[in-house]
Design a protein around this ligand. Sequence first.
Ligand code: UFG
Length: 349
Amino acid sequence: MAKILVTGGTGYIGSHTVVELQKAGFEVIIVDNLSNSNIDVLNGIEKITGIRPVFENIDCVDYVALDRMFEKHPGIDAIIHFAASKAVGESVEKPLMYYRNNLTSLINLQQLMPIHKVKNFVFSSSCTVYGQPDELPVTENAPIKPALSPYGNTKQICEEIIQDTAHSNSFYRSIILRYFNPIGAHPSAEIGELPNGVPNNLLPFVTQTAIGLRKELKVFGSDYNTPDGTCIRDYINVVDLAKAHVIAVKRLLEEKAEKAVEIFNLGTGRGLSVLEIIKTFEKVNGVAVPHQFVGRREGDIEQVWADPTYANNVLGWKAEETVEDTLKSAWAWETKLAQQRAEKKSSEE
Ligand code: UFG
């Protein structure tokens, strides 16, 4: 049974990926510093798969601690590196924190890989590297545009570090996955997105507004050059996204990769506007999402959606869930969280 290290494995995409890895028979070791996640996620994973993953509370910025972790768990076959800070706005306010966290973590792992004989690496990147593409849908060959935030810049620099490291040493095998907008939760509602504080992303804000935690959703901009004036994104189901990681890991382990560094877009190929998301959410879940239009959010891209043909053909992976089912899963998860809060409150009374 191959052993996979998942950094950021208690996070949103990380936890869904751990579930799919375990279902596929992989042994998983999670490294996470719980800076934006909760240890209870391990319970959710265990409920779904029946297996509690090994967990190490480590900050990937800490080289010595990571080194010890590799000593303690010999024979790791591949790393999936999710652990990173990811809030665009926060990165503008605290650029050094973003550069330190996101770059140092990657550099530490890349340095430790040959020492501990781990050849295979899957990296969490983002469609943010394309900026506003000149042509839509966007393929992997689209030019990289100047980043609009320190966060976006860290993804670009990390991709370059991976390329340069692979170029310097034929030991390394990497797959870079450029995610579009992951949404939804596991169909069991045992794990899902759990942002700390006020959500930055659209879907958690939608679900928290629908459940009454937030008064109303602010729709950032209604005067974009799109059919209904709101921004367009390619929203991809998080379980579909997680499954792509399992395929990527298998591809590396089976030595099927055609280049030292392969890059894939992970999206559905379909763009939806903010208003379409709100309306569809309201319709499939039978719940209102109070919202009002406000000014544009700085740094937002008008429209972007993926051309996933390369991933479809080469990885044999395709986004399968409908947006309706995905929005239902997001609501089921938010409802479950509300239920848990109510139970906790009544047990305290
Ligand atoms: N939006 C709102 N109101 C909100 C939150 C979001 O109208 O309260 C809108 C945004 O303006 C945007 C859309 O919803 O049009 C999606 O916004 P998100 O913040 O959910 O996602 P982004 O596309 O801005 O950002 C995501 C990831 C980033 C990544 C980026 C790449 O969160 O990590 O995609 O484009 F860098």
